[in-house]
Design a protein around this ligand. Structure first.
Ligand SMILES: [Zn+2]
Length: 369
């Protein structure tokens, strides 16, 4: 991604207002049950992260290996999730006339009763490609860790999504749009520039997908006109995994969602559920004043979606990690307590967004919490 220091036009901000759904905080008990992922984030053997700590440049075998890792995981462990590919090709400034494949992966769970265009979707996003230079670049924070975190979120919420859908079906609920909540995970390709960040040399996968979705019309009687319209919140994770991240709140229309996540972080720290010991909170901007928004932003995969009116929550460490776009952005330079804490925080946020207090389990708290 790329730092852009210009003000957002207000007219654009005004398009981004998201509907406030009924929102119930997770109980302390539920927060204590949120899993960290533990050894699955191990950089050598962990089943979520280790396989994608490799170069993942579009058009190379690493791209295919990363795709297989994601698809196999959902296929084997989360069979209720649908798997879709959004393939495009494009030329880049450094690969000549060759068409480079950019292949986004979409994993989705909707309520089983919904018709096309009837569910609102919490949309969790990260890019899985890695930068072509320097040669051998891994991109652990950029964005292997965010991808692994999203796999962990999917796995951790799955049981509750199933229970929610089963109970709603048994009670004959559902069929009203606010209640028909689902979740989708977008693993985007081609975020990185090949030569130098420009409008056309960056965001290859995101641009293709946003463009396609804009003109993928649902049936005329559907509540939402196209898949962009169905996105209740687009949560983009990027550059996460270094110690003491500072993730600002960027967009006033979604600041309330930022505040909800910041509150989760705060509560989890108070309950001693987080491992990291950062200088300050990961999400320090809960009290940011409305007049301080709109001063600048980081260009990233949200841009093509934001331009089309999708509400964005951008979780990106700013300033960027010191390892950013260097050979040091590898597994060895990650701060694992921070990685696991992000996994906990984002999982708890997804559970809360999806109103899972409705199906709060009475499981016992694991020892030590
Ligand atoms: Zn990058």
């Amino acid at each position: 991604m790329h730092l852009m220091r210009i003000a957002l036009p207000l007219v654009l901000l005004s398009l981004l207002t998201s509907p406030a759904l009924a929102y119930t905080s997770l109980s302390d008990h539920f927060l204590k049950l949120v899993p960290s992922g533990g050894d699955d984030f191990d950089i050598d053997k962990g089943k979520l992260l280790a396989p994608i700590l490799i170069p993942r440049v579009p058009g190379t075998p690493g791209q295919v290996a990363a795709q297989e890792h994601f698809v196999n995981f959902f296929h084997k462990e989360l069979p209720s999730w649908s798997i879709e590919w959004f393939n495009s090709t494009g030329k880049t400034p450094v690969t000549g006339d060759r068409e480079i494949p950019f292949q986004n992966l979409l994993f989705k769970r909707e309520p089983p009763w919904v018709k096309e265009g009837q569910s609102n979707l919490l949309t969790l996003v990260a890019h899985y490609d890695s930068k072509i230079e320097p040669k051998g670049f891994i991109g652990a924070t950029d964005s292997a860790v965010p991808c692994a975190i999203l796999m962990h979120v999917a796995r951790s919420i799955d049981r509750f999504v199933t229970q929610m859908h089963d109970e709603m079906a048994a009670l004959g609920e559902g069929g009203t749009v606010p209640m028909d909540m689902g979740v989708q995970i977008l693993l985007l390709d081609g975020e990185e520039a090949f030569l130098q960040w420009t409008e056309t040399d960056s965001l290859y996968g995101a641009r293709a997908l946003a463009e396609r979705w804009e003109t993928s019309y649902h049936p005329a009687n559907a509540f939402y006109k196209n898949p962009l319209d169905q996105i209740s919140l687009f949560v983009l994770l990027d550059l996460l995994g270094s110690a003491s991240p500072n993730v600002p709140s960027t967009f006033l229309p979604t600041h309330w969602a930022y505040q909800a996540m910041a509150k989760i972080e705060h509560r989890m720290r108070q309950l001693n559920l987080l491992e990291s010991k950062p200088a300050g909170p990961f999400l320090p901007d809960a009290e940011k004043k409305a007049s301080n928004f709109g001063r600048g932003m980081v260009e990233d995969d949200h841009i093509p979606f934001m331009r089309r009116g999708v509400p964005i929550l951008h979780l990106i460490a700013t300033p960027f990690p010191t390892v950013w776009h260097t050979m040091n952005d590898d597994g060895a330079h990650l701060d694992m307590p921070t990685v696991r804490d992000w996994a906990r925080i984002v999982t708890a946020f997804a559970l809360e967004w999806l109103d899972m207090m409705e199906v709060e389990p009475n499981d016992e708290i694991p020892a030590g919490r």
